[in-house]
Design a protein around this ligand. Structure first.
Ligand SMILES: Cc1ncc(COP(=O)(O)O)c(C=O)c1O
Length: 486
């Protein structure tokens, strides 16, 4: 092919890209506009599910226009539901519009955000600092990075904790693994997210290294915790880690972080705070004091892809001392020597990933499009809606609150008239599926306080009172259906 032919082909390709891109943006905007008037979620039509599963690998190229058309027809309308203001499941917000647009530009650049003098690297450093500033966590350059989510960020932080404890005990875990190491102990509240346990399992501490932090109704029995730590020390184990939640997944509760921080300092434990869902709640002046102590954590994880609505994936690990992470992760083979002489080195020296996606652009765009004040207003609003929902639950005789909301999660249970107490657990367990299938609201369940419980997590900036009322009505109807079915 001549140079002129190659140039013409390139221009044709760009023209096709431009055309398909415009069609996609228009289609996405139409989709977003239509979402609130659609069912929150619907099961995939059987034929489409079979078609998707059996998709043949194409032999010949498919044109961009056709890819866009298929995406619009077969994919976008069949989403998880979290774009809808009536979605209250798990901890999944809609994407911020700014984040959606930024994702296109990030993909067009397609850097590996590790090192080098390019915009994405510097933007990630700025965005990590912004996140720390938003939640009032101290920040030094290098002391944090974006991750795929809180689960990955937790592994990063716990690796720092493990390394610090074992180094102080004179054991080189990177060279020797855990063979011959002192037995580490982690003090973890019962309501901590499962990612903490999984992190401890992966790092070789084992879930058997977990002791439950004696918390009751949000109050810490500090004497019992201190006694447990002393007993572990006396048995020859090495107490290493204390975990607190800044917003539990089940009920949005905030642990007494200040007291936990004090004990961690006094006992020389690494204090890790899980703020994946709730850390941004500190922006609500009405509850800000509950977060006191979070800023003293050795490590804090938070998820911009939760309350902020940054399109998945965007998690973040923040630490007081970047060197704790660097000591755990830095490994620089000769073929990856870029920037290793710089003071903070490369992102790959602080975490799990070598090739790293450009998460910072969508995070930057999402935060900038609202500003600190806009984000704070959104958090305050979500918390107020949670209190409003709790009041509706309280007024509805066939529902029963399970916890008073502190942040934007409301935990409650159904108790339809005439349903025997012995059947309530099974009924509450089955209830979310019935609500979801009806398509007017979306809620998920959990076990809280030993009982099957419904939980509604409010994150959508466009959720209004009418959506809460629909949720309450739908839960009551679903409970009656289940009670009648026997
Ligand atoms: C409190 C809490 N911690 C950790 C996680 C795990 O976060 P991710 O799913 O981003 O890994 C979640 C997820 O919902 C959470 O709510």
């Amino acid at each position: 092919m001549s140079e002129a032919d190659a140039g013409a082909a390139g221009e044709d390709e760009l023209a096709a890209f431009r055309r398909a891109g415009h069609a996609l943006v228009d289609g996405v905007a139409d989709h977003l506009a239509a979402l609130p008037s659609r069912p929150v979620w619907q099961p995939l039509p059987d034929a489409l599910r079979s078609e998707l599963l059996a998709l043949p690998l194409p032999d010949r190229p498919v044109a961009l226009d056709a890819l866009v058309a298929t995406t619009m027809r077969d994919v976008l309308p069949h989403a998880m539901g979290n774009g809808h203001p009536g979605f209250f499941g798990w901890v999944n917000p809609p994407p911020s519009r700014a984040g959606v647009i930024a994702s296109l530009a990030a993909a067009a650049m397609n850097p590996s955000v590790v090192a080098g003098d390019h915009a994405d690297v510097h933007l990630e450093r700025a965005v990590v600092r912004w996140l720390a500033e938003l939640v009032g966590f101290p920040h030094a350059p290098g002391a944090g990075l974006l991750t795929s989510g809180a689960s990955a960020a937790t592994i990063v932080c716990l690796a720092g904790a493990r390394g610090r404890a074992l180094t102080r005990a004179g054991h080189d875990v990177r060279r020797d693994g855990l063979a011959g190491a002192p037995r580490l102990v982690a003090y973890v509240p019962a309501e901590a997210h499962s990612c903490v346990r999984r992190g401890l399992e992966l790092l070789g501490l084992g879930s058997g290294a977990m002791r439950e932090v004696p918390l009751d109704g949000g109050r810490l029995d500090a004497t019992a915790l201190r006694a447990a730590i002393a007993a572990d020390r006396a048995s020859g184990a090495l107490p290493a880690l204390l975990v607190g939640s800044a917003g539990t997944v089940n009920s949005g509760a905030i642990d007494p972080l200040d007291t936990l921080a004090e004990i961690a300092t006094a006992e020389d434990l690494w204090f890790h705070v899980d703020g994946a869902y709730g850390a941004f709640g500190v922006l609500d002046p009405a509850i800000a004091t509950r977060y006191r102590g979070m800023e003293r954590a050795d490590s804090l994880v938070l998820d911009p892809h939760k309350w902020l609505g940054v399109p998945v994936d965007a998690g973040c690990a923040l630490v007081q001392r970047g060197d704790d992470l660097r000591a755990a992760f830095s490994l620089i083979p000769p073929y990856l020597r870029q920037d290793t002489d710089a003071a903070v080195g490369t992102f790959a020296e602080y975490g799990l990933e070598q090739t790293r996606p450009f998460r910072a652009l969508k995070t930057w765009a999402t935060i900038a499009a609202r500003g600190r004040a806009g984000i704070a207003a959104q958090v305050v609003r979500a918390n107020a809606l949670a209190r409003e929902l709790a009041a509706m639950v309280e007024r509805e005789p066939e529902l029963q609150p399970a916890a008073e909301p502190v942040t934007s999660i409301v935990a409650f249970r159904a108790r339809p008239a005439g349903c025997p107490a012995a059947r309530l657990d099974a009924l509450n367990r089955a209830l979310p599926d019935v609500v979801q299938a009806r398509g007017r609201a979306f809620i998920t369940g959990t076990v809280f306080g030993g009982r099957e419980t419904l939980r509604a997590c409010i994150l959508h900036p466009e959720t209004r009172t009418e959506h809460l009322a629909t949720l309450v009505a739908e839960v009551v109807v679903a409970a009656r259906i289940l009670a009648a079915a026997g």
